[in-house]
Design a protein around this ligand. Structure first.
Ligand code: PNS
Length: 165
């Protein structure tokens, strides 16, 4: 039987418990998930962690899960998917406010690469309000983010922000 592989693309700046939840849900119906960090050039946002640091954090967080790999990609997501023979894109939908942008991307990606399907997953409701940008902001302002990220990511954020551990 052919292996069912999905790509889970995003900024992952940094990877949060919400991302982890989506990956573990995806593993319920695919054999492998490639977590793919988009290069800055391909996104409107500026970031905190370097792309290689984000990939490293994802690898560490999923160190116990051999069915998850992490990498970065430059350029179009559909080109990455085509090059890696991936036909499933996973995206998390936290709230209705995510929907418009996600729906537009899904349809555009399908237009560019008809063999790809986007599957939207709802996170655990405890993570529906969670975003990497809020985690960065709260951490930078001295708030407690321990429940929102894994201990490795927490430590990396503290180092990045020169906060005591
Ligand atoms: O976590 P994010 O920032 O919401 O992820 C957005 C991401 C990286 C999935 C999106 O910007 C993307 O796919 N970028 C790659 C470039 C691309 O393919 N753009 C066309 C999208 S239709």
């Amino acid at each position: 039987m052919t292996e069912r592989v999905a790509v889970y693309p995003g900024s992952f700046d940094p990877v949060t418990r919400g991302h982890e939840d989506i990956v573990r849900r995806a593993l319920g119906f695919v054999d492998r998930v490639i977590v793919a960090v988009a290069h800055r050039r391909t996104q409107p946002k500026t970031g905190m962690f370097e792309i290689a640091e984000r990939v490293d954090l994802i690898r560490t967080v999923f160190g116990d899960e051999p069915r998850v790999t992490a990498t970065d990609f430059n350029g179009l997501l559909v080109d990455f998917a085509r090059d890696n023979q991936v036909h499933i894109i996973i995206r998390g939908l936290r709230a209705v406010s995510d929907f418009e942008y996600e729906f537009q991307m899904a349809l555009m990606n399908r237009q560019l690469y008809p063999e790809v399907e986007t599957i939207f997953l709802a996170p655990d409701e405890h993570y529906s309000y969670l975003s990497a940008s809020l985690v960065r902001e709260i951490a930078a302002l001295g708030g407690d983010i321990a429940q929102f990220v894994s201990p490795h990511v927490l430590e990396a954020l503290r180092r990045k922000l020169s906060l005591p551990s």
